[in-house]
Design a protein around this ligand. Sequence first.
Ligand code: SER
Length: 581
Amino acid sequence: MNLKKLYLDYFESLGHVVIPSAPVVPENDPSVLFNTAGMQPLIPYLMGEPHPFGKRLCDVQKCIRLTDLESIGDNTHHTFFEMLGNWSLGDYFKKESIEYSFNFLTKVLNIPVNKLAITVYEGDDKIPRDEVSANRWIELGISKKRIAYLGREDNFWIAGEKGPCGGDTEIFYFRSDDEVPEDFDPKDERWVEIWNNVFMEYYQDQDGNVTKLKSKNVDTGMGVERTTAILENVNDNYLTSIWREALKKLEEITNLSYQGNEESMRIIMDHIRTSVFIAADPSGIKPSNTDQGYILRRLIRRAIRHARKLNIDITSNWEEQLANIFILEYQDTYKELKENKQVVLDVLKNEKEKFNRTLEKGLKVFEKLTKNMQNVDGETAFHLYDTYGFPIELTIEVAKEEKMSVDVEGFKKKFSEHQEKSRTASAGKFKGGLSGNGIIETKYHTATHLLNAALKIVVNKDVHQKGSNITSERLRFDFSCNHKLSDEEKQRVEEIVNNWINEDLKVEKITMKKDEAIASGAECMFIEKYPDIVSVYQIGDVSKELCGGPHVKSTKELGKFKIIKEEASSAGVRRIKAILE
Ligand code: SER
């Protein structure tokens, strides 16, 4: 049974248009490191902007959630996962949405109604208790005893702190061989959540004020991994066909069986799969000590630590063997895996070699530092972590081999002092939750198009966008170019952009077929990523680009454009940072 295909076909038959998955690293949203839900790339449309494909959409979105990082190792969590989603942008609402979900589960997937239970929003002082949803479930055949009303913690959904949001109704499945209890107890862990239907009719601002959105939307999300486990009747996501080849390979590499080594094997498979998707992303993330690069580094290193635990020869190409399996599995759906295969394998190998050296050095330092100690104190454990990249678990492990214990509490204390410091440092960066589409960011979007067009005039017409990132403080633009821009070139670019701004050019959005847009000479970065119908933003007659928006109405709104930095980004790619004053 091909769950993804069944899902898309079903919603297509109900008038939904299938849209492509956005990249795992959001293109114009500095407030999140990764796309955590299918709705994230759709925020402008949930806020009221018309979507070029209409009011009914569905997709399979690549997601990465880091809140679950510590849960990896159990049988239901993953850092990377695929999310099935369907949306109504001001079209159908609760009744239809619930019916569509119910029919898909019980009629298409043939899940017995008796295995399902539901939670709905109990309401608060601003939003009423959701009797409409509860009644709809009952009408469709769900017993009253299987419906629980829960509060904001459980049945209210928002990405981050501000943005489109609303109460939700969640569908649970009884994942156990035990007899299904008549009464639904949401705290009973045998019930696992499989689908979340959010009724996004509100907007929450930074201060928690809730106002009505222009339209009543539906945003649903269902995890591919969990639902596959249900369909294949296993109580462990990692025992589904999704992981079969990887698990087989891992058992072969370790010469161990999954039983008894579940935790480490799950962590290794999960982390390598996620690393493959991050390293393959068109944004070109590399392991580093900040942002996405830091997460990539952490994932690879944690996988290595667990590989070591399973006695894998960590200098062998074990990681490549596993990565190849994931690339093969997903490359037909996600082309970047095929295109960037070598990049992915290099990233993994380089980071592995780096960490192996760290490990070697760290082990020597460990020996030296602890020579006269009975036990490893917190300070030493933190020093090993901070200076030599030794995770605490590794220190515990090594200490154990030496028949020593570790002051974990002391380590934790040091660690949280340090965390507090780095939190303060990064607070500025992530302030404002989902702020990617505010007024200032919108201006930077438009300025980015002008910059792209000006570079074509000043440098040459073959300059193309290679990446872009916008915060409320600046724009960052990567473009193909083989030389460092001269001062004259930079000045010329500024002049041209500022002239256009002063001319007060109109910014117009035109919706057209993708082929026509390309034929008309519209600029675009990843053509295959766009749907068949696209929106094109035209600025006067100086720029024409495929883009999801949002943009200002006319260039006068932008203020003064200024380049603050021009530097190399990677081979053949330069990077400009610019501000609007
Ligand atoms: N946004 C909701 C979620 O991620 C539904 O898609 O659960």
